[in-house]
Ligand binder design. Structure first.
Ligand SMILES: Cc1ncc(COP(=O)(O)O)c(C=O)c1O
Length: 376
């Protein structure tokens, strides 16, 4: 008989810096009397992140969604953009807000990312870009996606919201495709409370993106394009600078918890664990996700999700429902389940288990014991 946890175990918890570190930085901001609009903290964070993430150019934003909106604007995307239905709502919504029709492509059975081998069949004369998502921090098939994009003259914009610090062969994940978006939301491995960034390859694109996120204002006399307010303020930039000191420690704690989950769950029939990546991929271990194969496990994902609550464990059905099931998209022909057979199976199987550095190894072993006890 397993006792419930005496505290609530959430799927994640934000990393908090010490209050002293924050007040020290606030003092600097108060002394400089510069709190937003490209202040010193903002400038320093952009520099520090470029080095940390191994990327040539980066522009900070107030959140990842606005950043992705601006990425589409900056590349003048239009018509149709091919994306995945197995993602957070922001990904297709950003296309809609740019008057672009999302075209849903099925996902790969192993990685749960867009199936690069199926993208070509979704291209039409209206297609201008591909918007893949590195789901749960596992990189997409970046080579194949670029190869298809090059052959058809398409842009590639990555939703890299889950991928802070991920590298392939020592190369920052943000350098793949034309532009990558990062989210610095509090639920992410690295955060600025709310925030985000775009990564790009050249100075010209950076300048254009910096104008677009500041209403298109070039100087006191000229507004040169219809921009928006996408600026990150100096308070959150300062918190982001502090958080850079925490991110590797948090990553290593989560790496260890991943190992414990893998050890405990490897032999359980009916559970499919996270995909393994090539040895040259540096992962960030942000999430731990299992897939519950009901026919073998004997219980459905929805049963497990509900039963965990009796033990004070709050998991998440992430991503469920598919974006292609939303009322605003389900009328699209690419949204039909017949076009998305793999995604439609995975969305009924996935469950995000608790993952954050404050969890102990014993907590994770107990969560696994509870999960195993549900098997019938
Ligand atoms: C895959 C994905 N894309 C986009 C976003 C949106 O980022 P933000 O919350 O920073 O706007 C998120 C999550 O927050 C996400 O998980």
């Amino acid at each position: 008989m397993i006792e419930p946890f005496d505290k609530m175990i959430f799927v994640t918890r934000p990393v908090f810096p010490t209050i002293e570190e924050v007040t020290d930085k606030l003092r600097d901001i108060w002394a400089a009397k510069w709190i937003t609009n490209n202040g010193p903290q903002h400038t320093m964070l952009e520099q520090e992140l470029k080095t940390f993430l191994k990327v040539p150019y980066l522009s900070l934003f107030n959140n990842g969604t606005i950043a992705l909106m601006v990425a589409c604007q900056s590349l003048r995307l239009s018509g149709q953009v091919i994306t995945t239905p197995f993602t957070f709502a922001a990904t297709p919504h950003v296309l809609s807000w740019n008057n672009i029709s999302p075209i849903f492509c099925d996902v790969d059975e192993e990685t749960m990312n867009i199936d690069a081998d199926k993208i070509e069949s979704m291209i039409t004369p209206k297609t201008t870009a591909i918007l893949p998502v590195h789901v749960f921090g596992i990189p997409c098939n970046v080579e194949k996606i670029q190869e298809v994009a090059d052959r058809y003259g398409l842009r590639v914009v990555y939703d890299a919201a889950h991928t802070f610090g991920v590298e392939i062969g020592g190369r920052g994940i943000g350098t793949f495709g034309d532009i990558s978006m990062l989210s610095f939301h509090a639920t992410k491995l690295y955060h600025t409370v709310e925030g985000g960034a775009l990564v790009m390859h050249d100075e010209h694109t950076k300048q254009r993106i910096d104008l677009l996120k500041n209403f298109g204002i070039k100087n006191e006399e000229e507004v040169v394009m219809p921009g928006i307010n996408g600026k990150l303020d100096d308070v959150r930039a300062a918190i982001g600078r502090i958080m850079l000191n925490y991110v590797e420690g948090e990553r290593l704690k989560r790496k260890r918890l991943h190992e414990v989950y893998n050890e405990e769950l490897a032999e359980v029939e009916g559970l499919k664990l996270m995909p393994t990546c090539a040895a040259n991929v540096k992962l960030n271990y942000q999430y731990y996700v299992v897939r519950i194969e009901e026919e073998v496990f004997g219980r459905s994902r929805d049963y497990v999700y509900g039963a965990f609550k009796n033990f004070n464990v709050y998991t998440r059905k992430y991503f469920h429902p598919l974006c292609s099931e939303y009322t605003c998209y389900r009328q699209l022909s690419s949204a039909s389940p017949a076009n998305l057979p793999v995604a439609n199976v995975i969305t009924k199987q996935v469950l995000s288990l608790p993952m954050y550095g404050e969890l102990t190894e014993d907590d994770v072993r107990k969560i696994c014991a509870i999960l195993k006890s549900f098997r019938s």
